[in-house]
Design a protein around this ligand. Structure first.
Ligand SMILES: NC(=O)c1ccc[n+]([C@@H]2O[C@H](COP(=O)([O-])OP(=O)(O)OC[C@H]3O[C@@H](n4cnc5c(N)ncnc54)[C@H](O)[C@@H]3O)[C@@H](O)[C@H]2O)c1
Length: 361
């Protein structure tokens, strides 16, 4: 078990990111120690509930304040006002007060939804994340962004709300369907591209073991990515500027994710977005051709190079980018890589240039 402290100006104490195997017991002890008199609620989606609900009850029901495990249907469409309302109604019906603590067990959808409930119930109750997808362990559980979608767009309602702790148990990753696992690996590849050559080396050298989900490799990768995300969040908690380095591949990625009405998973969308961003980086900033090819190889090895870009019309993608939060004066802004393998933020790209990169992918 390894503990990575997250030190934030806005938090009264360090938030610990704990990584390891079989973390129920350390979590139980933490709850007994920090919240002995709180009432305790667990929130998960129905898929995670079917897999781990029993274990959660067995492990946590000995807490003196144990109340209930609440669940909602799995999937992005549950990140909605309707499901937020339903959870709040259930919590309040069970007399959840300011002295309640909420444990969110699941992927990014659960973390975002339950996190937003925790952020607003009684103006904020303690929240603990147990991320169960690779994406949630390396990305969404860290940094305090919580929220839900609105019919007008993704993540339009939300808050920055830091958890009290994050328990990333590697054992959860073994029950993930393959496509969910590879989906998370897209974010891992992104960290390698923007900040970490050593991680890139592991992804190349140890691909067979990573695909087999060998525990030692999983732990090494989750730990490294968590450290990278923590470093970025500590430097720029509210995404004033530096945190935008994490948007590499996300400009076009978000657009095609949205155009597919979220049938295309996030990781597969940003994989295509990274290929486009790498190409733009080469033509505009001298990013080495060898790196562009290396990225394409990694995406191929991890089965992330099958995003059907031809299903999207460039005009639709361009139109979608006009409404992107990151666009200024009609030019979408990209995070690109320069010739020294360093990210450049908010790089403006013209329509014809993007169309070239889009058609070449
Ligand atoms: N807050 C942030 O900083 C941040 C960052 C990135 C992404 N996100 C959000 O995260 C969401 C995507 O997260 P996700 O990819 O984890 O999706 P998800 O939460 O929907 O999980 C994917 C699927 O895997 C299932 N699942 C979860 N854990 C499992 C396990 N251990 N075994 C078997 N099945 C399991 C879930 O039930 C679901 O069907 C998006 O809504 C995105 O906006 C948030």
């Amino acid at each position: 078990m390894q503990t990575l402290p997250i030190q934030l100006n806005t938090a009264r104490r360090d938030i610990n990111f704990i990584i390891g195997h079989s973390l129920w017991e350390p979590l139980r002890q933490f709850l007994h120690r920090q919240y002995p008199h709180h009432s305790l609620f667990v929130i998960c989606d129905e898929t995670v509930g079917a897999l781990y609900g029993e274990a959660a009850r067995e492990q946590l029901a000995s807490h003196p304040g144990w109340k209930a495990l609440l669940s909602f249907p799995a999937g992005e469409s549950s990140k909605s006002r309707e499901h937020k309302d339903a959870l709040e109604d259930q919590l309040l019906a069970r007399r959840a007060g300011r002295d309640s603590v909420l444990v969110a067990i699941g992927g990014g959808v659960t973390g975002d939804l339950a996190g937003y409930v925790a952020a607003t119930l009684h103006r904020g109750i303690p929240l603990i994340h147990l991320p169960t997808t690779l994406l949630a362990q390396v990305d969404s559980s860290i940094g305090g962004k919580v929220g839900i979608n609105h019919p007008a767009g993704k993540n339009l309602l939300g808050a920055f709300y830091q958890p009290a702790a994050i328990y990333a148990d590697i054992n959860f990753l073994h029950s993930l369907p393959d496509d969910e696992y590879f989906n998370g690996l897209a974010e891992v590849i992104k960290y390698a591209v923007i900040m970490d050559d050593e991680l890139w080396g592991w992804l190349e050298r140890d691909s067979e073991g990573i695909i087999r989900r060998e525990n030692a490799l999983l732990e090494r990768i989750v730990s490294r990515c968590a450290q990278l995300k923590i470093r970025v969040v500590q430097a720029d908690e509210k995404e004033a500027e530096y945190r935008s380095i994490l948007n590499f591949g996300h400009t076009v990625g978000h657009a095609i994710e949205q155009l597919s009405r979220y049938r295309l998973k996030h990781g597969y969308a940003i994989a295509a977005g990274m290929q486009i961003a790498a190409r733009l980086s080469r033509t505009h900033l001298g990013y080495p051709e060898e790196r562009v090819r290396g990225l394409n190889r990694l995406l191929e090895v991890y089965q992330l190079n099958r995003t059907p870009l031809q299903d999207f019309s460039f005009e639709e993608v361009w139109e979608c980018l006009q409404s992107d939060k990151k666009s200024r004066r009609q030019s979408p802004r990209f995070t690109l890589m320069n010739g020294e393998n360093k990210p450049e933020l908010f790089y403006p790209i013209e329509k014809a240039e993007l169309e070239d990169a889009f058609s070449a992918t």
